[in-house]
Design a binder for this molecule. Structure first.
Ligand code: S0N
Length: 292
């Protein structure tokens, strides 16, 4: 049999990216938004390292805004989500602004659990999102990394849920998606015991894709981004929607189906319907159809 061709991934560059920091222009306080447009990479970084990058409503609002910017930017093909510093990716909801019915830093009319909106936005983003984790990914921060399409972590990474210890829980993706990643028994262990897990334990249970030395974390993440950028964005968007579809129910099917509709719009058969309507004639679909 022919020898399989060697995958050249090891040749993909780990060189630093030429980041352009957009944060000041955007007036951000809690998040740093950088792009490397020549390479098609965006990096969203939670910037509250003294609080282990705990998120408050302002943080979530800025993350949602930057994610929307990256999603709509035609130059961007892959998005990194991370936290500033080496000590934490994110330690979850900022407990000092946890109010009666949600998190309240005085910036929202109606305090609630806005991180859930960010979770949905991440699932629906057609571009791959990679969690780049150094240090703690805990509580709601652990859920954010789980909802990223891939996770690359440093050897110092620590993963876990604390909800039942601090009087909270995430009964949405934080439970269902975790069980899909690690299995039902392990998910129950993570939630019921609130233990913390090392990077290698997380890798063994399928929570992360790879573990690298802290000094190599960004280089390795960029390498994965660069490899993704070599591949078809449409195929990747459809794969992401397909992998999400069953867990996301009707909304997941809608996302996948929306891709099919968009591709149909681009076909001669699809365009014929619009053209015939505008030209006030009967459409000639069959002549332009690719047989199903
Ligand atoms: C991360 C930990 C383990 C780090 O420990 P370490 O390195 O010893 O540092 P510390 O000295 O503990 O921390 C340094 C400073 O940072 C502050 N800080 C850390 N985490 C938070 C936080 N989450 N909120 C506010 N402050 C935080 C420390 O207080 C300390 O400050 P100073 O120096 O002033 O003393 C350790 O810090 C730790 O265990 N942190 C708490 C982890 C945690 O319990 N997180 C919250 C879990 N819950 C959520 O995330 C809720 C998510 C949510 O919004 C949600 C979503 C959907 C559905 C439901 C919910 C829900 O409400 O639960």
């Amino acid at each position: 049999p022919p020898t399989p061709r060697r995958d050249a991934f090891h040749l993909t560059s780990c060189a630093p990216a030429a980041w352009q920091d957009q944060s000041t222009a955007l007036g951000l306080t809690d998040v740093i938004y950088r792009t490397a447009p020549e390479e098609g990479i965006a990096k969203l970084s939670i910037n509250r390292p003294s609080l282990r990058n705990a998120f408050r409503p302002t943080t979530i609002r800025e993350l949602k805004r930057c994610l929307a910017l990256a999603q709509d930017d035609l130059k961007i093909g892959v998005i990194i989500l991370t936290g500033e510093g080496d000590e934490a990716f994110c330690s979850g909801g900022d407990q000092s602004v946890r109010g009666e019915g949600g998190y309240d830093d005085g910036s929202e009319e109606a305090p609630r659990l806005t991180v859930l909106d960010l979770q949905v936005q991440m699932r629906r983003c057609p571009k791959p999102i990679i969690a780049m984790v150094a240090g703690y990914a805990i509580g709601g921060g652990h859920i954010l990394h789980m909802l990223c399409d891939l996770t690359i972590c440093a050897e110092n990474a620590v993963f876990g849920q604390t909800g039942p210890r601090v009087g909270s829980f995430d009964a949405g993706y934080g439970s269902s998606h975790m069980a899909r990643l690690v299995g039902q028994k392990k998910a129950r262990e993570i939630w019921f015991l609130c233990r913390f897990y090392s990077a290698h334990e997380a890798q063994d249970m399928g929570l992360v894709n790879t573990v690298v030395p802290l000094a190599s974390l960004e280089g390795e993440t960029l390498k994965w981004c660069r490899r993704i950028m070599e591949n078809s964005p449409t195929a990747i968007a459809c794969c992401k929607a397909a992998l999400n579809a069953d867990e996301d129910g009707a909304a997941g099917i809608m996302e996948l189906a929306g891709n099919a509709t968009r591709l149909f719009y681009l076909s001669e058969e699809g365009k014929e319907g619009r053209n015939a309507f505008l030209q006030k004639r009967k459409p000639a679909f069959r002549a332009l159809s690719t047989e199903m």
